[in-house]
Design a binder for this molecule. Structure first.
Ligand code: NAD
Length: 492
C-alpha cells in the first residue's frame, strides 16, 4: 500500500534505531513548520547524546553481518528500496513540498533524482573490484581488496530532503557500511519516510538508523558521533562553517570525511555564445529550488558586447516566473526555507543596490495570494554588479541573479577563480579552442560547458578549495565508503 502523507507525518515521529521507532530518550520533541505558511504541522523527536549513542550501538552491532553479505545480496535489498521509493513517489514528493516548500513538479523531480542514486549504487555494489599486483619477486602473490570503512555518520541539509540523504545512504549500504544519519532540522520527515521504506524493503535492523534533533540539540547529537571512535566516517553536506568544524572535531579519532560545502559559482557568457542557450542554462541552473542549491550560479559574468542583449532576454524570462506555495500548481518558485535565509537575501540585495547595482527586476519580499507565509522573495536581476558587493563573495542562496560586465578572457578567468570556493562553474562559448582553455583554467570540481544542468547519478559531484572534498555519485562516489587493503602472500 502506498505511503500516505498522514502516515509519514504521524507514525514516523520517533527516531529509527535498530529497526524500530523509538521516542527520544528524554521524551523531548520539536515542531516542523511548513515554510509556505509558517504553520507547525508535525512534532518529532528532539534527541540527545544517549539517542545518538544508541544509534551507533545499533549500527556497530549490525556491521559484521551486513558486510558479511555478498555484494549481490546487498544490491538486491537496495534495489528493493529503490522500487519502494518509486512506488511511493507521489507521497514522498508531497512530503518534500510540505516541509521544504519547493513546487510539486520539482519535488517529483527530486524523488526521481534521489532514487536514481539508489539504483546506481545498487548496481555498483557488485563492481567494487580490487586489483592483482605483478609481484616484484618470485614466490609471492600481491593483491588489493576493498573493504567497507565501518559505521558512517551522514549529516544532510534541508534543500534536497530526499536526494541528499539517499545519495549518502545508498553508497554506504552498497559498500557494506552501516549508517547513522541526522537530517536537517527543518526537513526531517522525508528522511524518516525513506528509512521506513528501507525497512519495508528488508534492509536489516540496525543497518540504517535515523536520529532527529532541533537546531539547539544538533551539536549534541553530532558531537556524540564525532567523539565516538566506532564511527569511522562522516559524510556531510551543508555550510562551509559547519564543515570546517566537523573536520576539526573529528581529528581526535581521525575519521575520514566527505564534505560537500557551500559554493559561489561563476557563470560566464562570452560574446561568441548562443545567447538563447545561455539564458536557458542560467534559468535552469539558477532558479531550481528558488536558487537554494549549492551549484546555483552566484556571479554571472557577461562579456560587454552582449551584455545588454543578454540582460534584456534574462529580465523578460525572470520577471515572468510565478512565485507561490507548492499547493499552487502554477508556482515555479516556492518560499525560502526560513526567516534566516530570507534575511540573508534581503541583506545581499540591499547591499548591492547601496553600492551601485541597478535593480532590473524583483528586489522585494512577496506575499502570494492565499498564503500566510512570510519568506517569499521576488525573482531578482541586478545589473552592473561589482566585486565589493557581498553577493560577489558570499553565497546568496536565493532567486537573485547578479550580472557583472567583463572585457576579456584572462580577466574573467581571474574573476571567476577569485573566491575561496570551488564547487561548480559554468561558461557559454562556441569557440572550441576557448572551450578547452577555459575548462582547463577554472578552479572547480564541476564545470558546465554550454550546459546548466550538471548533476547525474553517474557523474562525480563535489568541490575543491573550501567547497570541500570527496565525491558523490558515480564509481568515484562508492570509493569514499571503502578503504584499500593490501594482501601479500608468500611461500608460493
Ligand atoms: P548548515 O551547515 O547549518 O546545516 C547543514 C546540516 O548541518 C544540518 O543537518 C544541520 O542540522 C547540521 N548542523 C548545523 N549546525 C551544526 C553543528 N554545529 N554541528 C553539526 N552539525 C550541524 O547549513 P544551513 O543552515 O542549512 O544553511 C546555511 C548555508 O549553508 C546556506 O546559506 C548555504 O550557503 C549552505 N548550504 C549548502 C548546501 C549544499 O548543498 N552544499 C546545502 C544547504 C546549505
Amino acid at each position: 500500500m502506498p505511503l500516505q502523507l498522514t502516515r509519514s507525518e504521524l507514525q514516523c515521529s520517533g527516531n529509527f534505531i535498530n529497526g524500530e521507532w523509538r521516542p527520544a530518550n528524554a521524551g523531548n520533541q520539536y515542531g516542523v513548520a511548513d515554510p509556505a505558511s509558517g504553520t507547525v504541522f508535525a512534532s518529532i523527536a528532539d534527541s540527545d547524546a544517549q539517542d545518538a549513542a544508541a544509534a551507533v550501538d545499533s549500527a556497530a552491532a549490525a556491521f559484521e553481518a551486513w558486510r558479511g553479505r555478498t555484494a549481490r545480496e546487498r544490491a538486491q535489498l537496495v534495489k528493493r528500496w529503490h522500487a519502494l521509493i518509486l512506488a511511493n513517489a507521489e507521497d514522498l514528493a508531497r512530503l518534500i513540498s510540505r516541509e521544504q516548500g519547493k513546487p510539486l513538479a520539482e519535488a517529483r523531480g527530486e524523488v526521481g533524482y534521489g532514487a536514481s542514486y539508489v539504483e546506481w549504487f545498487a548496481e555498483e555494489a557488485v563492481r567494487a573490484y580490487g586489483d592483482m599486483i605483478p609481484e616484484p619477486a618470485r614466490g609471492k602473490k600481491m593483491l588489493v581488496v576493498k573493504e567497507p570503512v565501518g559505521v558512517v555518520a551522514a549529516i544532510t541539509p534541508w534543500n534536497f530532503p530526499l536526494a541528499m540523504i539517499a545519495r549518502k545512504i545508498a553508497p554506504a549500504l552498497a559498500a557494506g557500511c552501516t549508517v547513522v544519519a541526522k537530517p536537517a532540522e527543518d526537513t526531517p520527515l522525508t528522511a524518516l519516510a525513506l528509512v521506513q521504506l528501507a525497512h519495508e524493503a528488508g534492509i536489516p535492523a540496525g543497518v540504517v538508523n535515523i536520529v532527529t534533533a532541533s537546531r539547539a540539540q544538533t551539536p549534541v547529537v553530532v558531537g556524540a558521533w564525532l567523539a565516538d571512535s566506532r564511527v569511522r566516517k562522516i559524510t556531510f553536506t551543508g555550510s562551509t562553517a559547519v564543515g570546517k568544524s566537523l573536520a576539526r572535531d573529528s581529528a581526535a579519532t581521525l575519521k575520514t570525511l566527505s564534505l560537500e560545502l557551500g559554493g559561489n559559482a561563476p557563470f560566464v557568457v562570452f560574446d561568441d555564445a548562443d545567447l538563447g542557450a545561455a539564458v536557458d542554462g542560467l534559468m535552469a541552473a539558477k532558479f531550481r529550488n528558488g536558487g537554494q542549491t549549492c551549484v546555483s550560479p552566484n556571479r554571472v559574468y557577461v562579456q560587454r558586447k552582449v551584455y545588454d542583449a543578454f540582460a534584456d532576454r534574462l529580465v523578460a524570462r525572470v520577471s515572468s516566473l510565478v512565485v507561490g506555495p507548492a499547493t499552487d500548481p502554477a508556482a515555479q518558485i516556492g518560499p525560502m526555507i526560513n526567516e534566516r535565509a530570507l534575511d540573508k537575501i534581503v541583506q545581499h540585495v540591499g547591499d548591492a543596490i547601496e553600492r551601485g547595482a541597478s535593480l532590473l527586476t524583483g528586489g522585494k519580499r512577496l506575499q502570494p495570494e492565499g498564503s500566510a507565509g512570510t519568506t517569499f522573495y521576488a525573482p531578482t536581476v541586478l545589473g552592473n554588479a561589482t566585486r565589493d558587493m557581498l553577493l560577489a563573495s558570499e553565497e546568496t542562496f536565493g532567486p537573485v541573479v547578479a550580472l557583472f560586465p567583463f572585457d576579456d578572457e584572462d580577466e574573467v578567468v581571474r574573476l571567476a577563480n577569485d573566491t575561496p570556493f570551488g564547487l561548480a562553474s559554468y561558461f557559454y562559448s562556441r569557440d572550441i579552442a576557448r572551450v578547452w582553455r577555459v575548462a582547463d583554467r577554472l578552479e572547480s570540481g564541476i564545470v558546465g560547458i554550454n550546459e546548466g544542468a550538471l548533476a547525474a547519478e553517474s557523474a562525480p559531484f563535489g568541490g575543491i578549495k573550501e567547497s570541500g572534498y570527496g565525491r558523490e555519485g558515480s564509481r568515484y562516489g562508492l570509493e569514499h565508503y571503502m578503504h584499500t587493503k593490501y594482501l601479500c602472500m608468500g611461500g608460493i
